[in-house]
Each structure stands twice: as structure tokens, then as C-alpha cells.
Design a protein around this ligand. Structure first.
Ligand SMILES: Nc1ncnc2c1ncn2[C@@H]1O[C@H](COP(=O)(O)OP(=O)(O)OP(=O)(O)O)[C@@H](O)[C@H]1O
Ligand SMILES: [Mg+2]
Length: 413
């Protein structure tokens, strides 16, 4: 492994940024050539029934000590099927499955990543001579979770080192699990290279859709709450997007991730009659509470500022991810008005889905919002808007100085 700092891309070699969204249910990948506005959905697995178009099932199956990945893991029978690896990686889901010797959740995810990277490398053969950069999302807010980020970086580094190097070590369908353990387990122990030495990074899953939405050609300046509910996690971010352009500013007031998603809704749906409603209502309530709390906490940040407060009487709720296609969840969220600091008749609330306008979508695609995270990840960092986290939000000057504050002086006129 080299420890030389990264060479600056030279000559006329292309640079390609790959956004790799390893989801609880499926993995979506978008790639974008440096300098080009439009991203493309990468096809690196066969189509799978019950999965989004051009997405790969995030599955690994072990049959007779051999491992199968993605659609092949779905279509092969027998053995043990490892699902929801992303949630397991988070370490919060009790594991009721036993791994074979030398294998654990990290090794299985590294094996899936290595297989996927090798498939991607093959499918992006026209970019074979390019400088590749890879961004992967982890379920964390902009505060980041150092332990989770390191776990992701170790996995990506191991998978990268057997895939995006000249002499790749094939991680193929049906590979012996002992072979996977022999190759990947020691690599997972290696320290992660510093950011200046590697071509991959891990970014917060709450921020990737914010980037995708902010750069959307149809985006209007204003206050937004983006809710991305997948199968296992829900990410919410409340932010103000400024005028589009090269120096667009995005103030991210609050963002949070929660381990709750479409898989929990599906499980609740399968419960017996009485239980079903109770369980569904409990999940909806948790989501509604998070939505209301994030808006309130964001609002607290500007509470002393008469000028900035005006923006907060309008909100566009943007839905994204497969979980928000649950009809009751979408309906419930679109009716929640968190703007309690304002009289209802003075508020304006609207709701829409985020279908990335900077992404070349295929005809058979029924919901482009599923690719919002991958699309945000595939946008080069220097083209991101300038994102201000809560502690760096620019304070707008009050429009007027109020010396003798009457009761409710801050109330909008
Ligand atoms: N029309 C629909 N109605 C209800 N649920 C749906 C619908 N379409 C997809 N889903 C659910 O959406 C989830 C998958 O969404 P998505 O692809 O965004 O998740 P993911 O990215 O794999 O997971 P995560 O982001 O949580 O890690 C599944 O739980 C699926 O059952
Ligand atoms: Mg997702």
C-alpha cells in the first residue's frame, strides 16, 4: 500500500466521482465526470424482482461455505441469507445469525463492497483510465460518528485495495468464505490512510440529499425539510438554501438520523389486526416527533433574530427514499405543520418528492428519489454549495433595533 500523497490528476485523464449508497435494502450507485453537470446511474448487477430498477440488493448469502452477492444472493436458495447488513454494521441490531469462522459483519460488508467495486470497474470500462474518487454515505449527521466513520473507512479501504488497484484480487460470486476471510480480515485491521492519501471518503447520509437538492436546477431559495426514509434508517435535515449559483450558501440548522424505516413499517403491517395499528402509529409518531423537534431546534438557533425569523414561516417538505412511498407515512408527514411559532394562517407549507434534476434517469424508473443520496455523493466537493453547520450559521443583521421590547416584540407584523 502506498503512503505517498495523492498525485494531482494530470494530463487529459478524466476524473470520475462515484457516489456509492449502500442501503439497508438496496445499493444505488451514481457516477459523474468532473466538470459535467449530469450524473449517471451505474449498472453493476442484474435486475432483481422487488428491487428498484438499476439497484443491487444489499444481500450476501452463504451456501456450503461459498458467498453470493446482490441479485445472485437473492436468487440462490439455501444456506444463510444476510440481510440488513447496514443496520447490523451500526451495531444496534441484535444479531440472531451466526457467521462462519473468520467472518463477521464487517468482513461480509467488505466482501459485498469489493464484489460491487469490481463489477463497477468492469461496467465503467470507458472510464478505465480515469482518476476515480469514491464517496460512500454512512447513517450519521454532520456531527459525524467517529467510530462508525472509521468502521466504514476500514471496510472501504479493504475493498478498494482489492478492487481499484492494477492487480485486483477477484472477489467473485461463489468465492469460498475462508478465502474472503483470508484476504479481507487482515486488511480490516490496517489503519486508515489520511484524507490526503486516499481516493475515498465517508460522508454523512443527512448531507448527501441536501447537496443533491440544493444543486437541483428547479430549486428555489427557501426553507426546506428533507426526509429520506429508506428501509432501515430515516434521515432528516432542516436547512435554508440560498440563491443558486457558484457561491450558493446552505445553512443546515439541524440534521439527524434515526434507525427506523420501511422495513419496520413492513414488519408492523404484517402484525395481527389490533397490534398492526398500534405498531404503525408508534412508528409514525416517532417520525412526526423527530420532524417537529428538528424544526423547533433549528428555529431556536435564530430565535433572537427578527430578520432571519421571517424565512421560517414557510417550509417545503421534501420526501425521498422508498419508505416515504408508504401512503400513510407520506400523507401524515405532508399534513404535519411544525411551524408552531407562527399563527397557522401565516404559514406556508408545501410538499414534494426530490427527483434529482442533475441525474440522467432511465425511462423505466418509477422513483428517482431513491437515487438522491448517491447523486449527492457523486457531486465533487468543490461544486457543493457552501454548507454552514448550526454553529457556523451566518447571523443576519436584525432589520431594526428594538430597545424597549413589548410583549411578543418578535412577532411578525
Ligand atoms: N410503494 C411502496 N410502498 C411502501 N413501501 C415501499 C414502496 N416502495 C419501496 N418501499 C420500501 O422502501 C424501502 C426501500 O427504500 P430505499 O431503497 O430508499 O431504502 P435503502 O436505501 O435500501 O435503505 P436505508 O436508506 O434505510 O439504508 C423498503 O423497505 C421498501 O419496502
Ligand atoms: Mg437509503
Amino acid at each position: 500500500m502506498t503512503s505517498q500523497p495523492l498525485k494531482h490528476p494530470r494530463g487529459n485523464r478524466k476524473t470520475v466521482i462515484i457516489g456509492f449508497d449502500f442501503g439497508t435494502h438496496s445499493t444505488k450507485v451514481v457516477f459523474r465526470e468532473r466538470g459535467k453537470a449530469d450524473g449517471h446511474i451505474a449498472r453493476f448487477d442484474e435486475a432483481a424482482k422487488g428491487y428498484p430498477f438499476r439497484a443491487s440488493p444489499s444481500l450476501v448469502r452463504c451456501v456450503d461455505d461459498r458467498l453470493y452477492f446482490g441479485t445472485e444472493a437473492l436468487s440462490t436458495s439455501g444456506g444463510v441469507l444476510f440481510r440488513s447488513l447496514k443496520v447490523r454494521l451500526h451495531g444496534l441490531q441484535q444479531s440472531n445469525i451466526s457467521f462462519s469462522e473468520g467472518l463477521n459483519c464487517e468482513t461480509l460488508v467488505a466482501a459485498y463492497f469489493a464484489w460491487a467495486f469490481q463489477q463497477l470497474r468492469r461496467s465503467l470500462s470507458e472510464c478505465a483510465d480515469s482518476n476515480m474518487f469514491l464517496n460512500v454515505a454512512a447513517p450519521m449527521s454532520h456531527f459525524e460518528n467517529p467510530e462508525l466513520k472509521t468502521r466504514y473507512l476500514q471496510i472501504i479501504q479493504a475493498a478498494w485495495n482489492v478492487s481499484f488497484v492494477e492487480q485486483a484480487t477477484p472477489i467473485h460470486q461463489g468465492i469460498l468464505s475462508s478465502e474472503v476471510a483470508r484476504i479481507l480480515a487482515p486488511m480490516l485491521e490496517e489503519p486508515v490512510l489520511g484524507p490526503e492519501l486516499r481516493r475515498f471518503d465517508v460522508l454523512p447520509e443527512t448531507i448527501a440529499p441536501v447537496v443533491s437538492l440544493s444543486l437541483d436546477p428547479w430549486m428555489k431559495p427557501g426553507m426546506y425539510m428533507i426526509v429520506d426514509t429508506g428501509a432501515g434508517t430515516t434521515e432528516m435535515s432542516v436547512f435554508h438554501a440560498g440563491e443558486p449559483g457558484a457561491d450558493q450558501k446552505v445553512s443546515c440548522y439541524r440534521d439527524e438520523t434515526m434507525l427506523l424505516g420501511g422495513a419496520d413499517l413492513n414488519l408492523a403491517e404484517r402484525s395481527k389486526d389490533g397490534d398492526r395499528c398500534l405498531k404503525l402509529d408508534k412508528i409514525f409518531l416517532q417520525m412526526e416527533k423527530l420532524y417537529r423537534r428538528l424544526w423547533q431546534e433549528g428555529y431556536q438557533i435564530i430565535n433572537g433574530n427578527h430578520h432571519a425569523r421571517r424565512r421560517w414561516s414557510e417550509l417545503t417538505l421534501v420526501l425521498s427514499g422508498g419508505g416515504t412511498r408508504h401512503p400513510r407515512l407520506a400523507e401524515l408527514l405532508s399534513k404535519v405543520n411544525p411551524m408552531l411559532a407562527w399563527p397557522k394562517k401565516e404559514t406556508r407549507l408545501s410538499c414534494r418528492r426530490h427527483v434529482p434534476g442533475t441525474l440522467e434517469l432511465c425511462e423505466n424508473m418509477d422513483d428517482g428519489s431513491l437515487f438522491a443520496v448517491a447523486n449527492g455523493l457523486a457531486i465533487e466537493r468543490k461544486h457543493w454549495p457552501i454548507i454552514f453547520p448550526p454553529n457556523q450559521i451566518e447571523h443576519l443583521e436584525p432589520t431594526q433595533k428594538v430597545d424597549n421590547k413589548p410583549l411578543g416584540y418578535w412577532y411578525p407584523d
